[in-house]
Design a protein around this ligand. Structure first.
Ligand SMILES: [Zn+2]
Length: 417
């Protein structure tokens, strides 16, 4: 049986039934529809069609089973002689949308870090999720924070650093495991509407005020070889020299270094006692500096020191920021799936819980460079588990979409070349 035909049966019948069962009067129409359906399929000459018919009946009998459990009052009618007809006499038929599966979870996260969703409109989510032109379910992003990549020979003295050798191994492993680097706009489009990105993506985020030499020696080779961009979480202090600013302007203009906002004063983090003036001077101050120097508006705010508040996140939204990044290494990102914590964790006291911000996209987690390499396998497996879970639930989600969403949101788009 062709996939097209099977989909047609599964999708078409509930949709039709949905529209015509708004009153009991129309039940007779349904009877006629199903009867004609049965008549048409009974003498069908090919095995394919019979199989399709069997499938349709199986769908209907499932519906009967569900219906039988429903407490809805049923107008008792004359008993009918066949399975198909007794289906017709049922009160709710297959128009009841299936229960959507629970969201994907994985044992590969810390138990206190739970996936947080942010798309409140289920239909919008399902349409973006199953649009074949979008990112496939299981598409996963690893965000890695770099503070200090040491010179060859230098030893690690704190966890914000990574040795040059470990950096090369990390980049090699990412490449060998089929990761590809993306820029911030690609990440925003993916997280907001599931826009297509490589199935395993990485956002390389360099914090603070690194000069051109740092980017040229460490990251340019990956741009040359693989086309990997790098993000510069740039601290817009007016204390930077004109020369350092010009280096950044040149890097931005070359197209491979994507500057995003990392505050102005930077060494003072935002807390619940920060004034609005201070928050604005950091967050809007960054935007003003970017517009002056780069002629661009940043879309991401990398919270200095990793400190944030719900109030500052709201101000950031009003200023037009689409994404925010903490320093909490909780796990990878997927569409409508951000691992965050709702409570402080005594085992990890420096990780500020993000749940109460109630805006996951403004508090995105980042892996730390020194041990990111050890998490690559987990990230890959999480992506694969999520893809498998989505595949197992695809039929249910599409049936739900067809019954509940399609009348208002239109059909799931078809693939365009
Ligand atoms: Zn910083």
């Amino acid at each position: 049986m062709s996939l097209t035909f099977r989909l047609f049966l599964r999708l078409r019948i509930p949709h039709y039934v949905l529209r015509i069962t708004h009153s009991f009067l129309t039940l007779s129409l349904l009877t006629a529809f199903l009867a004609s359906c049965a008549q048409a399929s009974t003498p069908a000459p090919t095995a394919d069609i019979n199989a399709a018919s069997t499938q349709a009946m199986a769908t209907l009998s499932n519906a009967i089973t569900q219906t039988a459990q429903a407490p809805t009052a049923v107008p008792t009618e004359t008993p009918t002689p066949t399975l198909a007809l007794s289906t017709v006499e049922g009160p709710t038929i297959p128009r009841t949308p299936p229960t959507l599966p629970a969201g994907f979870t994985t044992s590969l996260l810390n138990p206190l870090d739970t996936p947080h969703t942010y798309i409140t409109d289920t239909c919008q989510y399902l349409k973006a999720r199953w649009d074949p032109n979008n990112a496939a379910p299981g598409t996963v992003v690893m965000v890695i924070m770099f503070h200090s990549i040491l010179k060859p020979g230098d030893e690690l003295s704190d966890y914000s650093q990574i040795t040059s050798g470990a950096f090369e191994i990390l980049m090699r492993d990412l490449h060998e495991q089929d990761f590809q680097a993306i820029n911030t706009s690609q990440l925003a489009d993916f997280l907001e509407r599931n826009a297509k990105i490589p199935p395993r993506s990485v956002l390389l985020l360099v914090d603070d005020r690194k000069d051109r030499y740092y980017f040229d020696t460490l990251f340019y080779p990956y741009w040359q070889q693989y086309g990997w961009p790098v993000v510069n979480a740039w601290l817009s202090t007016p204390l930077s020299s004109a020369d350092l600013w010009q280096q950044q302007v040149d890097l931005e203009a070359e197209g491979w270094v994507d500057h995003q906002a990392h505050g102005v004063v930077h060494n003072i983090g935002i807390t619940s006692s920060s004034t609005d003036d201070f928050i604005m001077s950091e967050m809007k101050g960054s935007i003003d500096a970017f517009q002056t120097h780069f002629n661009k508006k940043p879309i991401a705010y990398i919270w200095p020191l990793g400190w944030f508040t719900a109030h500052a996140a709201q101000i950031g939204r009003q200023l037009g920021y689409q994404l925010g990044f903490t320093i909490n290494p909780r796990g990878p990102l997927m569409f409508d799936w951000i691992p965050l914590s709702d409570n402080p964790d005594p085992q990890r006291p420096s990780y500020m819980p993000e749940g109460s911000v109630n805006d996951p996209l403004m508090v995105l987690p980042r892996f730390w460079s020194y041990d990111a390499d050890r998490h690559i396998d987990d990230v890959r497996v999480i992506g694969r588990e999520a893809a498998d879970y989505a595949a197992a639930n695809k039929a249910t989600e599409l049936e739900y979409y067809d019954i509940v969403c399609a009348p208002d949101y239109g059909p799931i788009p078809v693939a365009t070349p």
